[in-house]
Design a protein around this ligand. Structure first.
Ligand SMILES: *Cc1c(COP(=O)(O)O)cnc(C)c1O
Length: 352
């Protein structure tokens, strides 16, 4: 069964939130569920996600004040745990027993872990060629792997067919579920709270399906609407030159990204040639006066290794935004003394 799209017009749905009559002083506990007043009213399925450190980067020649948000310290090794925790909690509350997604990466690992904790059966549709630590992690959590021959798109088609045919199999897609994105909003809440209920001047993020970017956007937008922060941060999207539909759409002034023919890239977690929420991503970037930055493979590699030399071991996809940083500074988009937050999205051991 599909719950993520409007049954009439087909657009991906989004969590509108609920009326909030609380102030920051009413927040309790730590991590994602500290922000329960903003989340669906359901019993949490939690593995201790969120509450990740905001670490000041050593001040170097860059000039700006950079903070790394250590999202790779989440329970399964990526920020996707925020989304999976809230999505699985909501789906369990709705009575779901079988959940499905088409990810052989961090979203699949997060769904498998939270489904295991919730007592749900996870079905991951993955390309037959998929292998490596992330697939082993998915299998270790006890998820059922459905190996689909053919290209990546065949796995998506297979999961959609399976969910359409079987009313008991719920499509728990990280890219389209409104509950997944509501969980990512907690990343914005946490950053703002750690900065003393202020928005940073800039946030730089890697963009694949765009859930991370949209969660941050909707999170900061909600806080601004409530008056908990004064302004929205500028958000900048970093993509590998090999697969950069969003950056290209911005450069061409389009309101919806065109599908690209993806090349090979070490930033495997952001290799999405046609993001489902493409229009929404472009809209969000326009509203915050953000920008798009394309980075080359050598730049990703260099950023990854520079982070490791600071003691931060991240996977290549997580190095996209740090790789974009020098360009944003060189172009004058980020100015000296401005506050910049960069989520480090995935752990280095994920791709070793
Ligand atoms: C999924 C993922 C991304 C991209 O996030 P989207 O929400 O798909 O844009 C970036 N880094 C890592 C490590 C990821 O797993």
């Amino acid at each position: 069964m599909h719950l993520n799209f409007c049954p009439r017009c087909g657009v991906p749905l989004r969590w509108q939130g609920k009326p909030v009559h609380v102030g920051p002083e009413d927040l309790r506990g730590r991590g994602v569920w500290r922000y329960q007043p903003f989340l669906p009213d359901v019993e949490p399925v939690s593995l201790g996600e969120g509450g990740t450190p905001l670490l000041p980067a050593p001040s170097k020649s860059v000039g700006a004040r950079i903070f790394w948000k250590l999202e790779f310290l989440n329970p399964t090794g990526s920020f996707k745990d925020r989304g999976a925790s809230v999505m699985v909690s909501a789906l369990r509350a709705f009575g779901a027993m079988h959940v499905a997604d088409d990810s052989s990466g961090n979203a699949g690992a997060a769904l498998a872990a939270y489904a295991a904790q919730a007592g749900l059966r996870a079905h991951l549709f993955v390309p037959a060629y998929a292998s490596g630590p992330k697939v082993r992690q998915i299998a270790a959590y006890g998820a059922e792997l459905h190996r689909v021959p053919g290209p990546r798109a065949a796995a998506t088609a297979a999961v959609q067919r399976a969910c359409a045919d079987n009313p008991h199999l719920i499509y728990a897609s990280h890219n389209s579920s409104p509950y997944f994105i509501s969980g990512i909003m907690t990343l914005a809440f946490e950053i703002a709270e750690e900065l003393g209920w202020r928005s940073p001047d800039h946030v730089v993020v890697p963009v694949g399906g765009g859930g991370l970017l949209l969660g941050l956007f909707y999170g900061f937008a909600l806080l601004a609407e409530l008056g908990w922060v004064e302004k929205l941060p500028k958000i900048h999207a970093a993509q590998a030159a090999a697969c950069a539909p969003i950056v290209r759409a911005l450069a061409e002034g389009l309101s919806e990204p065109k599908e690209v023919e993806p090349g090979e890239t070490i930033a495997e977690g952001a290799r999405i040639p046609k993001p489902e929420r493409g229009k929404e991503i472009i809209m969000a970037l326009r509203v915050v006066e953000g920008s798009g930055v394309m980075v080359e493979e050598e730049e990703i590699q260099r950023a990854q290794s520079e982070l490791a030399k600071q003691g931060l071991y991240v996977e290549p996809t997580a190095a996209l935004a740090p790789a974009a940083l020098p360009k944003l500074v060189a172009h004058g988009t980020i100015k000296p003394n401005e506050v910049v937050v960069i989520p480090l999205t995935g752990f280095g051991l994920k791709t070793s």
